[in-house]
Design a protein around this ligand. Structure first.
Ligand SMILES: *[C@@H]1O[C@H](CO)[C@@H](O)[C@H](O)[C@H]1NC(C)=O
Ligand SMILES: *[C@@H]1O[C@H](CO)[C@@H](O)[C@H](O)[C@H]1NC(C)=O
Length: 540
Protein backbone atom coordinates (compact mmCIF):
# COMPACT_ATOMS: atom_id res chain seq x y z
CA UNK A 1 0.00 0.00 0.00
CA UNK A 2 2.70 2.43 1.11
CA UNK A 3 4.85 1.38 -1.85
CA UNK A 4 2.05 2.09 -4.17
CA UNK A 5 1.57 5.54 -2.66
CA UNK A 6 5.31 6.20 -2.91
CA UNK A 7 5.25 5.15 -6.60
CA UNK A 8 2.34 7.39 -7.22
CA UNK A 9 4.13 10.25 -5.49
CA UNK A 10 7.25 9.62 -7.62
CA UNK A 11 5.25 9.71 -10.80
CA UNK A 12 3.42 12.88 -9.84
CA UNK A 13 6.74 14.48 -8.87
CA UNK A 14 8.28 13.51 -12.22
CA UNK A 15 5.24 14.91 -13.97
CA UNK A 16 5.60 18.21 -12.08
CA UNK A 17 9.32 18.42 -12.92
CA UNK A 18 8.63 17.68 -16.58
CA UNK A 19 5.90 20.29 -16.66
CA UNK A 20 8.20 22.83 -15.00
CA UNK A 21 10.94 22.15 -17.57
CA UNK A 22 8.45 22.47 -20.42
CA UNK A 23 7.13 25.77 -19.07
CA UNK A 24 10.70 27.11 -18.62
CA UNK A 25 11.64 26.14 -22.18
CA UNK A 26 8.53 27.83 -23.58
CA UNK A 27 9.22 30.90 -21.44
CA UNK A 28 12.85 31.09 -22.58
CA UNK A 29 11.76 30.83 -26.22
CA UNK A 30 9.10 33.47 -25.74
CA UNK A 31 11.63 35.70 -24.02
CA UNK A 32 14.24 35.18 -26.72
CA UNK A 33 11.66 35.87 -29.38
CA UNK A 34 10.43 39.10 -27.82
CA UNK A 35 13.93 40.21 -26.79
CA UNK A 36 15.00 43.18 -28.89
CA UNK A 37 17.51 42.09 -31.49
CA UNK A 38 19.22 45.48 -31.40
CA UNK A 39 22.13 45.70 -29.02
CA UNK A 40 21.74 48.68 -26.72
CA UNK A 41 24.88 50.56 -25.91
CA UNK A 42 25.22 52.25 -22.57
CA UNK A 43 25.67 55.99 -22.65
CA UNK A 44 27.13 57.84 -19.73
CA UNK A 45 24.75 60.73 -19.09
CA UNK A 46 26.11 61.42 -15.63
CA UNK A 47 26.53 65.03 -14.73
CA UNK A 48 30.20 65.72 -15.19
CA UNK A 49 32.62 67.20 -17.64
CA UNK A 50 33.86 63.93 -19.14
CA UNK A 51 37.42 62.91 -18.47
CA UNK A 52 38.47 63.24 -22.16
CA UNK A 53 37.57 66.93 -22.22
CA UNK A 54 39.28 67.70 -18.96
CA UNK A 55 42.34 65.63 -19.67
CA UNK A 56 42.85 67.18 -23.08
CA UNK A 57 42.51 70.60 -21.58
CA UNK A 58 45.13 69.93 -18.94
CA UNK A 59 47.56 68.43 -21.44
CA UNK A 60 47.11 71.35 -23.82
CA UNK A 61 47.84 74.15 -21.39
CA UNK A 62 51.26 75.52 -22.34
CA UNK A 63 54.12 74.82 -19.99
CA UNK A 64 55.24 77.88 -18.08
CA UNK A 65 58.22 79.21 -20.01
CA UNK A 66 61.14 80.11 -17.75
CA UNK A 67 62.66 82.37 -20.36
CA UNK A 68 59.51 84.50 -20.41
CA UNK A 69 59.09 84.72 -16.66
CA UNK A 70 62.31 86.74 -16.30
CA UNK A 71 61.09 89.56 -18.61
CA UNK A 72 59.79 92.51 -16.53
CA UNK A 73 56.36 94.15 -17.06
CA UNK A 74 54.22 97.02 -15.69
CA UNK A 75 50.58 96.49 -14.74
CA UNK A 76 48.02 98.91 -16.22
CA UNK A 77 45.71 99.45 -13.28
CA UNK A 78 42.88 100.89 -15.38
CA UNK A 79 42.63 97.75 -17.49
CA UNK A 80 43.66 95.20 -14.89
CA UNK A 81 40.89 96.36 -12.57
CA UNK A 82 38.33 95.45 -15.26
CA UNK A 83 39.31 91.80 -15.12
CA UNK A 84 37.11 89.59 -12.99
CA UNK A 85 38.62 89.28 -9.55
CA UNK A 86 38.37 86.16 -7.48
CA UNK A 87 35.48 87.30 -5.36
CA UNK A 88 33.13 90.26 -5.42
CA UNK A 89 31.82 92.76 -2.88
CA UNK A 90 28.65 94.80 -2.53
CA UNK A 91 29.44 98.34 -1.45
CA UNK A 92 26.89 101.04 -0.77
CA UNK A 93 27.44 104.78 -0.85
CA UNK A 94 27.62 106.31 2.60
CA UNK A 95 26.75 109.84 3.70
CA UNK A 96 24.47 112.05 1.67
CA UNK A 97 21.58 114.20 2.79
CA UNK A 98 18.96 112.82 5.13
CA UNK A 99 15.83 114.52 3.79
CA UNK A 100 12.38 113.24 3.01
CA UNK A 101 12.36 111.98 -0.61
CA UNK A 102 16.18 111.97 -0.54
CA UNK A 103 16.24 108.61 -2.31
CA UNK A 104 14.06 110.06 -5.07
CA UNK A 105 16.04 113.27 -5.46
CA UNK A 106 19.60 112.05 -4.88
CA UNK A 107 19.51 108.30 -5.43
CA UNK A 108 22.30 106.57 -3.59
CA UNK A 109 23.54 103.04 -3.95
CA UNK A 110 22.62 100.83 -1.03
CA UNK A 111 24.04 97.38 -0.33
CA UNK A 112 22.21 94.41 1.16
CA UNK A 113 23.62 91.07 2.30
CA UNK A 114 21.27 88.21 1.46
CA UNK A 115 22.36 85.52 3.92
CA UNK A 116 20.31 87.36 6.56
CA UNK A 117 17.29 85.57 5.09
CA UNK A 118 18.44 82.58 7.14
CA UNK A 119 19.08 82.15 10.83
CA UNK A 120 22.70 81.70 11.87
CA UNK A 121 21.86 78.13 12.89
CA UNK A 122 20.69 77.09 9.42
CA UNK A 123 23.04 79.23 7.32
CA UNK A 124 25.94 76.78 7.12
CA UNK A 125 23.58 73.98 6.11
CA UNK A 126 22.02 76.27 3.45
CA UNK A 127 25.43 77.14 2.04
CA UNK A 128 26.39 73.49 1.80
CA UNK A 129 23.16 72.55 0.09
CA UNK A 130 23.44 75.49 -2.31
CA UNK A 131 27.00 74.53 -3.22
CA UNK A 132 25.88 70.97 -4.01
CA UNK A 133 23.00 72.12 -6.22
CA UNK A 134 25.24 74.67 -7.94
CA UNK A 135 27.84 72.06 -8.79
CA UNK A 136 25.25 69.85 -10.40
CA UNK A 137 23.76 72.83 -12.28
CA UNK A 138 27.20 73.66 -13.66
CA UNK A 139 27.82 70.16 -14.91
CA UNK A 140 24.39 70.09 -16.58
CA UNK A 141 24.96 73.37 -18.36
CA UNK A 142 28.49 72.75 -19.69
CA UNK A 143 29.59 70.61 -22.62
CA UNK A 144 33.04 69.70 -23.94
CA UNK A 145 32.40 72.38 -26.59
CA UNK A 146 32.88 74.95 -23.80
CA UNK A 147 36.36 73.66 -23.00
CA UNK A 148 39.37 75.74 -23.90
CA UNK A 149 41.34 74.33 -26.82
CA UNK A 150 44.63 75.90 -27.87
CA UNK A 151 46.10 75.48 -31.36
CA UNK A 152 49.82 74.98 -30.94
CA UNK A 153 52.41 76.87 -32.97
CA UNK A 154 53.84 75.39 -36.17
CA UNK A 155 51.44 72.51 -36.50
CA UNK A 156 51.37 71.16 -40.05
CA UNK A 157 47.80 70.04 -39.34
CA UNK A 158 44.89 71.94 -40.84
CA UNK A 159 41.48 71.44 -39.21
CA UNK A 160 38.22 73.24 -38.44
CA UNK A 161 38.35 75.33 -35.24
CA UNK A 162 34.65 75.94 -34.72
CA UNK A 163 31.20 75.61 -36.25
CA UNK A 164 31.09 71.84 -36.61
CA UNK A 165 27.74 70.41 -35.65
CA UNK A 166 25.99 67.08 -36.13
CA UNK A 167 22.43 66.00 -35.32
CA UNK A 168 22.24 63.06 -32.88
CA UNK A 169 22.99 59.74 -34.65
CA UNK A 170 23.59 61.50 -38.00
CA UNK A 171 26.63 61.84 -40.26
CA UNK A 172 28.61 64.85 -41.51
CA UNK A 173 31.70 65.39 -43.64
CA UNK A 174 34.47 66.95 -41.57
CA UNK A 175 35.57 69.89 -43.71
CA UNK A 176 39.01 71.47 -43.77
CA UNK A 177 41.24 68.54 -42.78
CA UNK A 178 44.70 68.61 -44.40
CA UNK A 179 48.37 67.92 -43.72
CA UNK A 180 51.07 70.35 -44.85
CA UNK A 181 54.31 68.63 -44.14
CA UNK A 182 57.96 68.57 -45.02
CA UNK A 183 58.77 65.92 -47.64
CA UNK A 184 58.88 62.39 -46.21
CA UNK A 185 58.80 58.84 -47.46
CA UNK A 186 55.65 57.94 -45.62
CA UNK A 187 52.80 59.95 -44.14
CA UNK A 188 50.49 58.69 -41.42
CA UNK A 189 47.52 60.32 -39.66
CA UNK A 190 45.31 59.28 -36.77
CA UNK A 191 41.81 60.61 -36.13
CA UNK A 192 40.12 59.66 -32.85
CA UNK A 193 36.56 60.37 -31.68
CA UNK A 194 34.81 59.35 -28.45
CA UNK A 195 31.05 59.61 -29.10
CA UNK A 196 30.94 58.43 -32.70
CA UNK A 197 32.79 56.71 -35.51
CA UNK A 198 34.96 57.89 -38.38
CA UNK A 199 34.80 56.73 -41.97
CA UNK A 200 35.46 57.89 -45.52
CA UNK A 201 32.75 58.73 -48.04
CA UNK A 202 35.11 57.82 -50.92
CA UNK A 203 38.39 55.95 -51.29
CA UNK A 204 41.47 57.49 -52.90
CA UNK A 205 44.15 55.41 -54.60
CA UNK A 206 47.44 54.79 -52.85
CA UNK A 207 45.96 55.56 -49.43
CA UNK A 208 45.75 52.87 -46.79
CA UNK A 209 42.77 53.12 -44.43
CA UNK A 210 42.66 51.37 -41.08
CA UNK A 211 39.85 51.44 -38.56
CA UNK A 212 37.19 52.93 -40.84
CA UNK A 213 33.80 52.65 -39.16
CA UNK A 214 35.51 52.82 -35.77
CA UNK A 215 36.36 55.49 -33.25
CA UNK A 216 40.04 55.42 -34.13
CA UNK A 217 40.95 55.66 -37.83
CA UNK A 218 44.43 55.71 -39.37
CA UNK A 219 45.16 57.02 -42.88
CA UNK A 220 48.58 56.50 -44.43
CA UNK A 221 50.22 56.97 -47.81
CA UNK A 222 53.52 57.67 -49.46
CA UNK A 223 51.88 60.41 -51.55
CA UNK A 224 50.91 63.60 -49.68
CA UNK A 225 48.47 64.91 -52.35
CA UNK A 226 46.58 61.60 -52.31
CA UNK A 227 46.42 61.66 -48.53
CA UNK A 228 45.07 65.22 -48.59
CA UNK A 229 42.51 64.24 -51.20
CA UNK A 230 41.46 61.37 -48.95
CA UNK A 231 41.10 63.76 -45.99
CA UNK A 232 38.40 65.66 -47.91
CA UNK A 233 36.15 62.60 -47.67
CA UNK A 234 36.43 61.92 -43.96
CA UNK A 235 33.05 61.57 -42.25
CA UNK A 236 31.93 61.58 -38.64
CA UNK A 237 28.84 59.66 -37.49
CA UNK A 238 27.47 60.17 -34.01
CA UNK A 239 26.72 56.73 -32.55
CA UNK A 240 26.03 57.42 -28.89
CA UNK A 241 22.75 59.23 -28.39
CA UNK A 242 23.57 62.01 -25.96
CA UNK A 243 22.42 65.32 -27.46
CA UNK A 244 23.43 68.80 -26.28
CA UNK A 245 26.96 67.68 -25.74
CA UNK A 246 30.05 67.58 -27.96
CA UNK A 247 32.60 65.12 -29.23
CA UNK A 248 36.22 66.12 -28.85
CA UNK A 249 38.10 64.79 -31.88
CA UNK A 250 41.86 64.26 -31.87
CA UNK A 251 43.76 64.66 -35.11
CA UNK A 252 47.43 63.67 -35.09
CA UNK A 253 50.37 62.97 -37.32
CA UNK A 254 53.93 62.13 -36.31
CA UNK A 255 54.80 64.51 -33.48
CA UNK A 256 51.84 66.86 -33.94
CA UNK A 257 48.44 66.86 -32.31
CA UNK A 258 45.32 68.93 -32.85
CA UNK A 259 41.97 68.80 -31.10
CA UNK A 260 38.60 70.14 -32.23
CA UNK A 261 35.05 69.64 -31.10
CA UNK A 262 31.89 68.65 -32.93
CA UNK A 263 28.68 69.77 -31.26
CA UNK A 264 26.01 67.08 -31.05
CA UNK A 265 22.56 68.58 -30.83
CA UNK A 266 19.05 68.72 -32.19
CA UNK A 267 18.14 71.76 -34.22
CA UNK A 268 16.03 74.29 -32.34
CA UNK A 269 12.37 73.53 -33.00
CA UNK A 270 10.68 76.85 -33.69
CA UNK A 271 7.35 77.89 -32.21
CA UNK A 272 5.78 80.07 -34.87
CA UNK A 273 2.53 82.01 -34.61
CA UNK A 274 0.25 82.71 -37.56
CA UNK A 275 -0.26 86.46 -37.57
CA UNK A 276 -2.78 86.84 -40.40
CA UNK A 277 -2.48 88.20 -43.90
CA UNK A 278 -3.05 91.92 -43.36
CA UNK A 279 -0.21 94.36 -44.07
CA UNK A 280 -0.83 96.54 -40.99
CA UNK A 281 -0.68 94.94 -37.54
CA UNK A 282 -3.93 93.35 -36.36
CA UNK A 283 -3.41 93.73 -32.62
CA UNK A 284 -6.31 91.39 -31.77
CA UNK A 285 -4.67 88.57 -33.71
CA UNK A 286 -1.17 89.29 -32.34
CA UNK A 287 -1.64 90.27 -28.71
CA UNK A 288 -3.37 88.89 -25.61
CA UNK A 289 -3.66 91.09 -22.54
CA UNK A 290 -2.84 89.28 -19.30
CA UNK A 291 -3.49 90.51 -15.79
CA UNK A 292 -3.78 89.25 -12.24
CA UNK A 293 -6.45 90.49 -9.87
CA UNK A 294 -7.01 90.18 -6.17
CA UNK A 295 -10.13 91.72 -4.60
CA UNK A 296 -10.09 94.88 -6.73
CA UNK A 297 -13.08 94.22 -9.00
CA UNK A 298 -14.03 97.89 -9.62
CA UNK A 299 -10.49 98.63 -10.75
CA UNK A 300 -10.47 95.57 -12.98
CA UNK A 301 -13.80 96.58 -14.55
CA UNK A 302 -12.40 100.06 -15.28
CA UNK A 303 -9.38 98.45 -16.95
CA UNK A 304 -11.58 96.18 -19.11
CA UNK A 305 -13.84 99.11 -20.10
CA UNK A 306 -10.82 101.19 -21.08
CA UNK A 307 -9.33 98.35 -23.15
CA UNK A 308 -12.64 97.84 -24.99
CA UNK A 309 -12.75 101.50 -25.98
CA UNK A 310 -9.61 100.97 -28.10
CA UNK A 311 -9.37 97.21 -28.70
CA UNK A 312 -12.89 95.70 -28.80
CA UNK A 313 -11.81 92.19 -29.88
CA UNK A 314 -8.50 91.68 -28.08
CA UNK A 315 -8.47 88.67 -25.69
CA UNK A 316 -8.05 89.45 -21.99
CA UNK A 317 -6.81 86.68 -19.66
CA UNK A 318 -7.44 87.27 -15.96
CA UNK A 319 -5.95 85.21 -13.13
CA UNK A 320 -7.89 85.73 -9.89
CA UNK A 321 -7.00 84.46 -6.42
CA UNK A 322 -9.64 86.42 -4.46
CA UNK A 323 -11.33 84.65 -1.56
CA UNK A 324 -14.85 85.12 -2.92
CA UNK A 325 -14.36 85.45 -6.66
CA UNK A 326 -16.97 87.42 -8.58
CA UNK A 327 -18.03 86.59 -12.10
CA UNK A 328 -16.38 88.64 -14.82
CA UNK A 329 -18.03 88.08 -18.13
CA UNK A 330 -17.99 89.51 -21.59
CA UNK A 331 -16.72 88.64 -25.02
CA UNK A 332 -12.99 87.83 -25.42
CA UNK A 333 -12.49 87.45 -21.66
CA UNK A 334 -10.99 84.39 -19.98
CA UNK A 335 -11.31 84.42 -16.19
CA UNK A 336 -9.21 81.83 -14.29
CA UNK A 337 -10.02 81.36 -10.63
CA UNK A 338 -7.17 80.22 -8.41
CA UNK A 339 -6.98 79.04 -4.81
CA UNK A 340 -7.27 81.95 -2.39
CA UNK A 341 -4.12 84.03 -1.95
CA UNK A 342 -1.93 81.96 -4.31
CA UNK A 343 -0.05 85.12 -4.98
CA UNK A 344 1.31 87.56 -7.41
CA UNK A 345 3.78 85.52 -9.47
CA UNK A 346 1.65 82.36 -9.42
CA UNK A 347 -1.13 84.45 -11.01
CA UNK A 348 1.17 85.89 -13.62
CA UNK A 349 2.38 82.39 -14.44
CA UNK A 350 -1.14 81.04 -14.83
CA UNK A 351 -2.30 83.97 -16.99
CA UNK A 352 0.72 83.80 -19.28
CA UNK A 353 0.45 80.01 -19.63
CA UNK A 354 -2.96 80.41 -21.30
CA UNK A 355 -1.87 82.86 -23.99
CA UNK A 356 -1.95 81.54 -27.57
CA UNK A 357 -0.98 84.69 -29.49
CA UNK A 358 2.54 85.65 -30.54
CA UNK A 359 2.73 88.43 -27.95
CA UNK A 360 1.44 88.93 -24.45
CA UNK A 361 0.87 92.34 -22.88
CA UNK A 362 1.25 92.45 -19.12
CA UNK A 363 -0.82 95.07 -17.25
CA UNK A 364 -1.72 95.50 -13.58
CA UNK A 365 -5.42 95.40 -12.75
CA UNK A 366 -5.42 99.08 -11.70
CA UNK A 367 -4.16 100.43 -15.03
CA UNK A 368 -6.32 102.37 -17.52
CA UNK A 369 -5.88 102.41 -21.30
CA UNK A 370 -5.89 105.85 -22.94
CA UNK A 371 -5.37 107.19 -26.45
CA UNK A 372 -1.61 107.09 -25.68
CA UNK A 373 -1.70 103.34 -25.09
CA UNK A 374 -0.84 102.47 -28.70
CA UNK A 375 0.00 98.78 -28.61
CA UNK A 376 0.82 98.90 -32.34
CA UNK A 377 3.97 100.86 -31.47
CA UNK A 378 5.19 98.15 -29.08
CA UNK A 379 4.31 95.43 -31.61
CA UNK A 380 6.31 97.34 -34.21
CA UNK A 381 9.40 97.37 -31.98
CA UNK A 382 9.23 93.62 -31.34
CA UNK A 383 8.49 92.85 -35.01
CA UNK A 384 11.47 94.86 -36.26
CA UNK A 385 14.15 94.18 -33.63
CA UNK A 386 15.66 91.19 -31.84
CA UNK A 387 14.16 92.32 -28.52
CA UNK A 388 12.01 89.79 -26.65
CA UNK A 389 10.26 92.20 -24.33
CA UNK A 390 9.57 95.91 -24.44
CA UNK A 391 8.18 98.01 -21.61
CA UNK A 392 6.11 101.19 -21.84
CA UNK A 393 5.53 104.03 -19.42
CA UNK A 394 3.03 104.35 -16.56
CA UNK A 395 1.49 107.74 -15.78
CA UNK A 396 0.48 108.34 -12.19
CA UNK A 397 -2.53 110.47 -11.33
CA UNK A 398 -0.07 113.20 -10.32
CA UNK A 399 1.15 113.39 -13.92
CA UNK A 400 4.48 111.79 -13.09
CA UNK A 401 5.45 109.20 -15.76
CA UNK A 402 7.74 106.30 -14.95
CA UNK A 403 9.51 103.71 -17.11
CA UNK A 404 11.41 102.13 -14.20
CA UNK A 405 14.36 101.12 -16.38
CA UNK A 406 16.94 99.02 -14.58
CA UNK A 407 20.27 97.61 -15.59
CA UNK A 408 21.26 94.35 -13.95
CA UNK A 409 24.82 93.08 -13.76
CA UNK A 410 26.35 90.12 -12.02
CA UNK A 411 29.87 90.12 -10.67
CA UNK A 412 31.46 86.70 -10.20
CA UNK A 413 32.19 85.66 -6.66
CA UNK A 414 33.69 82.56 -5.11
CA UNK A 415 32.02 80.06 -2.75
CA UNK A 416 30.02 82.79 -1.05
CA UNK A 417 28.12 83.40 -4.29
CA UNK A 418 27.98 86.17 -6.87
CA UNK A 419 27.16 89.85 -6.38
CA UNK A 420 24.04 91.31 -7.96
CA UNK A 421 24.09 94.98 -8.95
CA UNK A 422 20.97 96.85 -10.09
CA UNK A 423 21.01 100.47 -11.20
CA UNK A 424 18.43 102.79 -12.68
CA UNK A 425 19.17 103.43 -16.32
CA UNK A 426 19.72 101.73 -19.65
CA UNK A 427 22.46 100.65 -22.05
CA UNK A 428 21.76 102.49 -25.31
CA UNK A 429 19.08 104.01 -27.53
CA UNK A 430 17.65 101.74 -30.25
CA UNK A 431 18.40 102.87 -33.79
CA UNK A 432 15.23 103.77 -35.69
CA UNK A 433 13.25 104.05 -32.44
CA UNK A 434 14.38 107.30 -30.76
CA UNK A 435 11.96 106.81 -27.85
CA UNK A 436 13.22 103.32 -27.06
CA UNK A 437 16.28 102.01 -25.25
CA UNK A 438 17.85 98.67 -24.44
CA UNK A 439 17.93 97.83 -20.74
CA UNK A 440 17.58 94.78 -18.44
CA UNK A 441 14.40 95.38 -16.46
CA UNK A 442 11.25 97.47 -16.97
CA UNK A 443 7.96 98.48 -15.36
CA UNK A 444 4.82 96.30 -14.88
CA UNK A 445 3.54 97.29 -18.30
CA UNK A 446 5.27 95.42 -21.09
CA UNK A 447 4.71 93.53 -24.33
CA UNK A 448 6.71 90.33 -24.75
CA UNK A 449 7.17 87.32 -26.98
CA UNK A 450 4.87 84.75 -25.37
CA UNK A 451 7.23 81.78 -25.74
CA UNK A 452 10.13 83.67 -24.17
CA UNK A 453 8.11 84.79 -21.14
CA UNK A 454 6.80 81.24 -20.69
CA UNK A 455 10.37 79.96 -20.82
CA UNK A 456 11.60 82.26 -18.06
CA UNK A 457 8.42 81.92 -16.01
CA UNK A 458 7.36 83.73 -12.86
CA UNK A 459 8.55 81.95 -9.75
CA UNK A 460 5.34 81.13 -7.87
CA UNK A 461 7.23 81.21 -4.58
CA UNK A 462 7.22 85.01 -4.90
CA UNK A 463 3.73 85.61 -3.57
CA UNK A 464 3.63 89.29 -2.64
CA UNK A 465 6.11 92.02 -3.48
CA UNK A 466 7.97 90.95 -6.59
CA UNK A 467 8.73 92.27 -10.01
CA UNK A 468 12.42 92.58 -10.91
CA UNK A 469 12.97 88.95 -9.86
CA UNK A 470 11.49 87.94 -13.21
CA UNK A 471 14.12 90.01 -15.04
CA UNK A 472 16.90 88.59 -12.86
CA UNK A 473 15.77 85.06 -13.77
CA UNK A 474 15.60 86.14 -17.43
CA UNK A 475 19.00 87.84 -17.59
CA UNK A 476 20.92 86.12 -20.36
CA UNK A 477 17.84 84.82 -22.17
CA UNK A 478 15.57 87.89 -22.39
CA UNK A 479 16.63 90.83 -24.55
CA UNK A 480 14.78 93.78 -23.00
CA UNK A 481 13.82 97.24 -24.26
CA UNK A 482 11.78 100.18 -22.99
CA UNK A 483 9.85 102.90 -24.84
CA UNK A 484 8.53 106.02 -23.17
CA UNK A 485 6.02 106.98 -25.88
CA UNK A 486 3.49 104.24 -25.16
CA UNK A 487 1.77 105.27 -21.97
CA UNK A 488 -0.82 103.65 -19.73
CA UNK A 489 -2.48 105.41 -16.80
CA UNK A 490 -2.33 104.22 -13.23
CA UNK A 491 -5.49 104.59 -11.18
CA UNK A 492 -4.57 106.71 -8.20
CA UNK A 493 -2.40 104.99 -5.64
CA UNK A 494 -1.24 107.95 -3.58
CA UNK A 495 -3.45 107.96 -0.51
CA UNK A 496 -4.49 111.38 0.73
CA UNK A 497 -5.28 111.69 4.45
CA UNK A 498 -8.86 112.88 3.87
CA UNK A 499 -9.87 110.09 1.49
CA UNK A 500 -11.19 106.95 3.09
CA UNK A 501 -10.01 103.53 1.88
CA UNK A 502 -12.63 100.96 0.94
CA UNK A 503 -12.62 97.64 2.83
CA UNK A 504 -11.23 95.75 -0.17
CA UNK A 505 -8.48 98.35 -0.59
CA UNK A 506 -7.48 97.84 3.04
CA UNK A 507 -7.34 94.04 2.73
CA UNK A 508 -5.46 94.42 -0.54
CA UNK A 509 -2.87 96.71 1.06
CA UNK A 510 -2.35 94.23 3.89
CA UNK A 511 -1.50 91.44 1.42
CA UNK A 512 0.32 93.43 -1.22
CA UNK A 513 2.49 95.76 0.87
CA UNK A 514 3.73 93.88 3.90
CA UNK A 515 6.24 95.68 6.17
CA UNK A 516 9.84 95.50 4.95
CA UNK A 517 11.07 93.15 7.68
CA UNK A 518 8.33 90.60 7.05
CA UNK A 519 8.40 87.04 5.79
CA UNK A 520 7.88 88.23 2.20
CA UNK A 521 11.23 90.04 2.24
CA UNK A 522 12.89 87.02 3.80
CA UNK A 523 11.46 84.75 1.10
CA UNK A 524 12.68 87.12 -1.57
CA UNK A 525 16.19 87.37 -0.13
CA UNK A 526 16.25 83.63 0.49
CA UNK A 527 15.49 82.96 -3.18
CA UNK A 528 18.16 85.39 -4.37
CA UNK A 529 20.57 83.69 -2.00
CA UNK A 530 19.78 80.07 -2.75
CA UNK A 531 18.10 79.87 -6.16
CA UNK A 532 20.17 82.53 -7.92
CA UNK A 533 23.26 81.96 -5.75
CA UNK A 534 23.91 85.60 -4.88
CA UNK A 535 25.64 86.65 -1.69
CA UNK A 536 24.52 90.27 -1.75
CA UNK A 537 22.90 92.96 -3.84
CA UNK A 538 23.34 96.67 -4.42
CA UNK A 539 20.82 99.05 -5.98
CA UNK A 540 19.99 102.72 -6.12
C1 LIG B 1 48.26 56.22 -34.43
O1 LIG B 1 47.73 55.40 -33.39
C2 LIG B 1 48.46 54.20 -33.18
C3 LIG B 1 47.74 53.44 -32.10
O2 LIG B 1 46.45 53.13 -32.48
C4 LIG B 1 49.88 54.51 -32.79
O3 LIG B 1 50.62 53.31 -32.67
C5 LIG B 1 50.53 55.39 -33.86
O4 LIG B 1 51.81 55.77 -33.44
C6 LIG B 1 49.67 56.61 -34.11
N1 LIG B 1 50.23 57.37 -35.24
C7 LIG B 1 50.42 58.68 -35.21
C8 LIG B 1 50.92 59.27 -36.46
O5 LIG B 1 50.23 59.36 -34.22
C1 LIG C 1 -8.00 90.62 -36.46
O1 LIG C 1 -7.84 89.38 -35.76
C2 LIG C 1 -9.02 88.95 -35.10
C3 LIG C 1 -8.68 87.72 -34.28
O2 LIG C 1 -7.89 86.83 -34.98
C4 LIG C 1 -10.10 88.69 -36.15
O3 LIG C 1 -11.30 88.27 -35.52
C5 LIG C 1 -10.37 89.98 -36.93
O4 LIG C 1 -11.27 89.74 -37.95
C6 LIG C 1 -9.06 90.52 -37.52
N1 LIG C 1 -9.30 91.83 -38.08
C7 LIG C 1 -8.90 92.19 -39.29
C8 LIG C 1 -9.20 93.59 -39.70
O5 LIG C 1 -8.30 91.42 -40.02
Amino acid sequence: MSLCVAGFRMRSLRKTVLLAILVSVVLVFALLHSWPTRAYSTVDVWQRLGPPGERLLEEKLPEPDHQLSSIPFHVRDGVASLLARNGCVCEGESGGVNLPFAQLLFPRVSAHPLHTAFDASELEEMKKRRAKEYKSFQSRSKTPADALIIAEANSPLQYPTQGLEVRPMKTILIPGLALHDVPRDHYSLNITATLGVLNVAAEVEEVKINGDGEMHMTLSSTLLPNLNRQLQFVTYTNTLFHPSTADTVQFESEGHQAVFSIKIRHGVTPKLYNTGSKEEYNVSALVTIATKTFLRYEKLQNLIDSIRRYYPTITIVIADDSENPKAISGPYIEHYIMPFGKGWFAGRNLAVSQVTTKYVLWVDDDFIFTANTRLEKLVDVLEKTTLDLVGGAVREATGYTATYRQTISIELGEEDGDCLHMRRGFHHVIEGFPNCVVTDGVINFFLARTDKVQQVGFDPRLARVAHLEFFIDGLGSLHVGSCDDVIINHATKIKLPWTSQSESDKTYAKFRYPPASSDATRTKNGLLFFKNRFQCLTHN
